[in-house]
Design a protein around this ligand. Structure first.
Ligand code: FES
Ligand SMILES: [Fe+2]
Length: 367
């Protein structure tokens, strides 16, 4: 390496940003030819067949503190609180006496007190009130619901590998009109990134996608993407991989570039049905940022000031991505009820698009 190259390498290490050229949105290279519907569908189908152990993310760990916290999984009302040692406790939100909403109760020395007549729940099962298996992974709170999951239970959730060393985490949550699988499907289309989110991503290239097929070796079952994160006119190029370790989780991990090892975990939890009879699903996304830079550990002292910005950025992306996921749900419904056929010429076949033969794999209301 000559002196100039050495200087350029160390300058890049000190300053990870690049000045981005002004490229009009419409002049980007279209990605629809690469974004193969059958590759996306096959990746989703494989994800939906993986064991999930009936675990569902219900909240950020930090949301469950001194007060009871309410959650909804597939319409079932839950109450979460902290026991005397800070352990996560979860059970039905319906009081076993007359049905009061326990989320409106209080926590006293680790016991949950019903506001109507003072019944105390310690978090241990009673004949009329079952405590539910709960798991706190330090960033997210999970509950196991075997009747809703309908699969073989596991003692703990299938957790993605997280960065080691100093890290900062922020969790965002939004609810939309779709199935959990629509949320996972959105993340299995990395080709939409620079088109649909030009404010956050540019110069996106999918370096490799998993092959189409029912069975794919684990090491090939990932999307590898070169992308530049945009902060105004500045860009940070990285290589990221997208994998789905279980049916309701999609993980984006930075494998090369600034923040290597950082992950964005997208979790999709069914949230029952809305008044319109359509399913609701909640995205709970954890951004767990890590950096080997010496200044990063010092910056952690400013974490309370940084996490609102992380949450705001994730919220903006998911506001758009939920529109995408909701649209997938609408398109599937149009194919099922054949309204899409109404616009076809009279001499055209009126069978639904074979890509959408009814419900997507694993898209039952219980997620
Ligand atoms: S309804 Fe809870 S104690 Fe009566
Ligand atoms: Fe997106």
């Amino acid at each position: 390496m000559n002196g100039l190259n050495r200087f350029a390498t160390s300058a890049r290490k000190a300053w990870p940003f690049e000045i981005l050229p002004r490229t009009p949105w419409a002049r980007q290279t279209p990605t629809y030819r690469q974004a193969s519907p059958s590759v996306i569908d096959a990746a989703l189908a494989r994800s939906q067949k993986r064991p999930g152990g009936n675990w569902f993310v219900v909240a950020a760990s930090s949301d469950i503190a001194s007060k009871p916290h309410g959650a909804n999984v597939a319409g079932a009302e839950l109450v979460c609180w902290r026991g005397v040692d800070g352990q996560l406790l979860i059970g039905p939100a319906r009081c076993p006496h007359l049905g009061a909403d326990l989320c409106t109760g209080s926590v006293d020395r680790g016991a949950l007190i019903c506001p109507w007549h003072g019944l105390r729940l310690t978090g241990r099962s009673r004949p009329d009130w079952p405590a539910l298996p709960a798991y706190d992974d330090g960033v997210l709170a999970w509950v196991r619901l075997d009747r809703i999951g309908g699969a073989a239970p596991t003692p703990a959730p299938i957790l993605p590998v997280r960065p080691e060393g100093p890290q900062i985490a922020a969790v965002t949550s939004l609810t939309g009109t779709c199935e959990p699988a629509d949320i996972i499907a959105n993340r299995m289309d990395p080709w939409h990134g620079a088109w649909f989110h030009p404010y956050s991503f540019t110069r996106l290239e999918v370096l490799s996608a998993p092959p189409d097929g029912e069975v794919v070796p684990d090491e090939l079952d990932r999307f590898l993407v070169a992308v530049t994160f945009r902060i105004g006119r500045l860009g940070v190029p990285v290589i990221a991989e997208f994998t789905s370790p279980e049916p309701r989780t999609l993980v984006m991990r930075i494998v090369d570039g600034e923040g290597a090892g950082s992950v964005v975990e997208t979790h999709a939890t069914p949230a029952g049905f809305g008044p319109d009879g359509q399913p609701r699903s909640t995205v709970l996304e954890a951004v767990i940022a890590h950096s080997d830079r010496p200044g990063f550990a010092r910056a952690l002292r400013a974490a309370p000031a940084i996490t609102p910005f992380m949450r705001r950025a994730a919220h903006r992306l998911w506001r758009d991505d939920l529109r995408y996921a909701e649209r997938l749900h609408t398109v599937r419904r149009q194919d099922t009820d054949k309204t899409a056929d109404l616009l076809k010429p009279l001499d055209a076949p009126t069978t639904a698009d074979p890509r959408h033969p009814g419900a997507a794999p694993g898209c039952g209301p219980t997620g």
